[in-house]
Design a protein around this ligand. Sequence first.
Ligand SMILES: Cc1ncc(COP(=O)(O)O)c(C=O)c1O
Length: 373
Amino acid sequence: MKHHDYSDLIRPGVAGLVPYTPGQPIEQLERTLGISDAIKLASNENPLGPSPKARAAMEHHLDTLNVYPDADGFELKQRLAQRHGLPPECITLGNGSNELLILLAQVFLSEQTSAVFSQYGFAVYPIVTQMMGANALVVPAHNLDHPMALGHDLRAMYAAIEPTTRVVFVANPNNPTGTWLQRDRLHDFIASLPPQVICVVDEAYTEYCEPEEVGDAASWVPSFPNLVVTRTFSKAYGLAGLRIGYALSNPGVADMLNRVRPTFNVNALGLVAARAALDDDDFLIQSKNINRAGLAQLEEGLKALGLAYTPSRANFVLTHFDRPAQGLADRLAHFGVIVRPVANYGLPNALRISVGTQEQNSRCLDALGQCLA
Ligand SMILES: Cc1ncc(COP(=O)(O)O)c(C=O)c1O
């Protein structure tokens, strides 16, 4: 069909947007190569599959899928409120935590405002900032001499705040670098922010971490009215396909988010599965253990191949090469191994490798060895 150009008619921020590139679907690669055993270590998904309790809850719910979901997510919010020791009015549910980042931008950002985030910060921060026409104040990450190379430089982020700044995005740990922030440093940073600056602490990978090390920003919500913490069921809970996440904040912020939230943004299966997953402690422990072992396995293997990597507290490892890595990703795909090039983050010489099962990690390392030989 003829392509009509609508770029003159739209909001200025939208015209310059580059759509987010997700990992290549496994079925697509299998069709192309005519194979059936490809592995995808490209989207930071849980190699264990979904929590068995979540699966059972969904099966139980199938007969009532003709009914709209509970728009308020009452049951799930009650359970989350209990988990975090916060009233349900502090919780906003989202279609993945990605949607919450969009809602936050819609509520707080406009052409007259700015948002602060780090170089190499999660890709959605620049997208939602630009979407709203706000000014992006991108702060250089720690340089390679720093122990937390490529990670957020909180001091520089604080210094970058302008009178127009309404939102600071902080990922702990960050994607695609896997870098994290020390508990006390992050706490002091949040405490130092002016009250009109909303601090979004994105804790998508926090279940893999030790709270004594990275902090538990969710527990600081009662202390800071301008703190919003986003969490997800996509990673350690293994429910990425259901698209469900939540934000914890002061009830006043939650009220604003609720005004722009699509009424039925979280689907019925997502609500019951997330509710059940919160009771599946065994699964969460297993997720954490397999991830810890897998990170160690990947790091050992990369070292043995003479490759540099950024130490990670998430469920992936950013691996560095001495030349552009897209060709290597293409060669790995011929071995049935999908990993994620991150040139879109300004890291053309790196690949992000998600932690899989022990067998998948071995296969990835073997393929990498063969591609580099
Ligand atoms: C740092 C970070 N935040 C948020 C998200 C969004 O995840 P979801 O929308 O699945 O909750 C991701 C996904 O990869 C992420 O890496």
